[in-house]
Design a protein around this ligand. Structure first.
Ligand code: PLP
Length: 362
């Protein structure tokens, strides 16, 4: 490796985080959400690390599921948006993928396909209910009709699923309303329920139900803006590291980088770090975004460029070329960096581009 930029992926932390969430609801099950290449961490290594802990995985598309299958992952895999077109159904049936069913057109496509193949298929169907997010899913009152339509399908297992829209807001009433809605449906139908994403699993015990579906928490990020006792035990999985590749002293009034955004009224030392928006570091990072140099916080100065960014080293006179830099990770939470970039940790992690080598440790 030539360029010093690398994403260190701590698979031990991933396992720790999964175990922590599973332990929140020992009588229920937890699947690991591995969509978007396991939020930028690498879906295959993540699946392998969790293979003996997680009974099932979840991804966003057939392509993501097939990539895991073809590399030897034999767990059940839930397709979180089901299928996008009926021509996916033969592979889904053959591989036994679990399907989220959210729309009437999917019920019709599934019924038509089943009628045409005329052989029993074990479908595992997660019926998506809109309990308040208003994105995907059937209205709760239409559930009896949905279940009646699914009746003629051959062997099947059915669950009820829904998604929380505001579980990261610890005092917002919507989550309790969504919980109540799913409790009622669980009672009415006797079917198992899955509601909780990371935020709901961590902070809303009644949301855990039969299946938890954590994503971001597995990767060690808290979905909350403040402290939260469960989230505070998560361990960051990814540490994005690089090094100082140049250091320069500038006189008073110097303007640093594109557009001269970084200004040094009294002059000072500036270090150049090998990491830029061409790696997925957000260009919208404001002046002062923290960067760790030798474990010490330094403020970002100037605009992020494609391959480099600059830090103000004026208070670190001993810093040298080659010194270690952490952009986010074990000692600088990605959610904190995200706040300086007007975004959330999810986009930093999933936005890390393929040219950044991932280096795995157990
Ligand atoms: C992405 C996703 C999750 C995981 O969400 P986190 O906030 O990352 O825990 C759970 N369920 C569904 C349906 C999703 O799309």
């Amino acid at each position: 490796m030539t360029r010093p930029l690398v994403a260190d992926i701590n698979l031990h932390a991933l396992r720790h985080n999964f175990a922590l969430i599973q332990a929140l609801n020992p009588s229920g099950s937890t699947l690991a959400v591995l969509k978007a290449d396991a939020y930028g961490h690498g879906a295959l290594p993540a699946a392998q690390a969790l293979a003996d802990l997680a009974p099932a995985f979840a991804v966003a598309s057939l392509e993501e599921a097939q990539a895991l299958r073809q590399q030897g992952v034999n767990h059940p895999i839930l397709l979180l948006e089901g299928f996008f077109s009926a021509d996916e159904l033969p592979i889904i049936a053959e591989q036994g993928y679990w399907l989220m069913i959210h729309s009437q057109w999917q019920i019709e496509a599934l019924t038509a396909y089943q009628a045409q193949i005329q052989q029993p298929t074990t479908w595992t169907l997660w019926i998506k209910v809109d309990s308040g997010m208003h994105r995907l899913g059937f209205a709760p009152e239409s559930l009896p009709d949905v279940l009646a339509q699914l009746q003629p399908l051959a062997t099947q297992e059915i669950l009820l699923a829904s998604h929380c829209a505001r579980a990261d807001e610890l005092d917002h009433p919507l989550t309790q309303q969504q919980i109540n809605c799913m409790q009622e449906l669980e009672h009415q139908t006797g079917l198992p329920v899955s509601l909780a994403n990371s935020a709901a699993s961590l902070a809303w015990p009644a949301a855990r139900f039969a299946w938890q579906r954590p994503g971001i928490a597995l990767y060690g990020m808290s979905p909350f803006t403040g402290p939260q006792p469960e989230a505070d035990q998560l361990q960051p999985v990814m540490t994005l590291r690089s090094a100082l590749i140049a250091i320069q002293d500038y006189p008073a009034g110097s303007q640093i980088g594109y557009g001269g955004r970084g200004v040094l009224p009294e002059g000072g030392r500036v270090g150049v770090v090998a990491c830029g928006y061409g790696d997925g570091y957000p260009r919208q990072a404001v002046e002062g975004t923290p960067v760790l140099v030798n474990g010490q916080r330094c403020p970002l100065i100037g605009r992020v460029s494609m391959d480099m960014l600059m830090v103000n080293l004026s208070h670190l006179p001993q810093a040298q070329v080659g010194d270690e830099v952490e952009l986010w990770g074990a000692r600088l939470p990605a959610q904190e960096v995200a706040r300086y970039c007007d975004t959330i940790s999810y986009t930093l992690l999933t936005g890390l581009l393929p040219r950044v080598p991932r280096r795995y440790s157990e």
